[in-house]
Design a protein around this ligand. Structure first.
Ligand code: 5GP
Length: 184
């Protein structure tokens, strides 16, 4: 079984407008504060690079990154999270904002929030671009949310299928297709 691009679920202009609003909300909340923005590689990279440019200069932003992998196949998460790359800086006594591309079951984010909270930060909050609310298996508080989406597998704007399609400016649904049909 393979996947092909289906329709655009969220277009680039709608994404940009929403990301700008999220940047303003974050700017208001952290005005005058230091903030460590932690992007979760690789899916959050495109979102994070747009988002941080909408956070204004009244917030002292430091960027950091974390890479995690969840055991599972390409379209399903197992909830067992392995840290591939940790953040570089200490987050002790710092405000931390975790930036993630998508929350599905919530297992990855709840693991990360717990991990950061154990490191004595001043606060830990979460910003996700996409939220599949109906798929949630574990409760995780999302402080800044771009869009609620239905239970479809999506790619584009940083999100991939088997490493592909992260570069697309719009967010697409993908659908299963039978390889034999493609070959035929
Ligand atoms: P969770 O642990 O919340 O179930 O899953 C979070 C991770 O699953 C995301 O960081 C992402 O890597 C992956 N994921 C979940 N749904 C999708 C989706 O629709 N598209 C893509 N590309 N990845 C997804």
């Amino acid at each position: 079984m393979d996947y092909v691009l289906s329709n655009v679920l969220i277009g680039s202009q709608e994404i940009e407008d929403r990301v700008e609003r999220l940047g303003l909300e974050i700017s208001n909340l952290y005005k005058g504060e230091d903030l460590v923005v932690v992007g979760i590689l690789k899916g959050a990279v495109v979102f994070l690079s747009d988002l941080v440019r909408f956070i204004n200069k009244d917030v002292k932003v430091v960027l950091d990154f974390m890479a995690v992998s969840s055991y599972g196949d390409s379209t399903r998460t197992s909830g067992i999270v392995k840290i591939i790359k940790d953040v570089d800086a200490s987050i002790k006594d710092k405000h931390v904002l975790i930036v993630e591309d998508i929350v599905d079951t919530g297992l990855t984010l709840s693991y990360l929030v717990k991990l950061f909270k154990e490191r004595s930060p001043k606060s830990v909050k979460v910003c996700v671009l996409l939220d599949k609310v109906e798929k949630r298996k574990i409760n995780v508080e999302v402080d800044f949310r771009g869009f609620e989406i239905p239970d479809d597998f999506v790619v584009g704007y940083g999100l991939d299928y088997a490493g592909m399609w992260r570069n697309l400016p719009d967010i697409y649904r993908v659908e299963k297709c039978n390889n034999e049909i493609l070959k035929g």
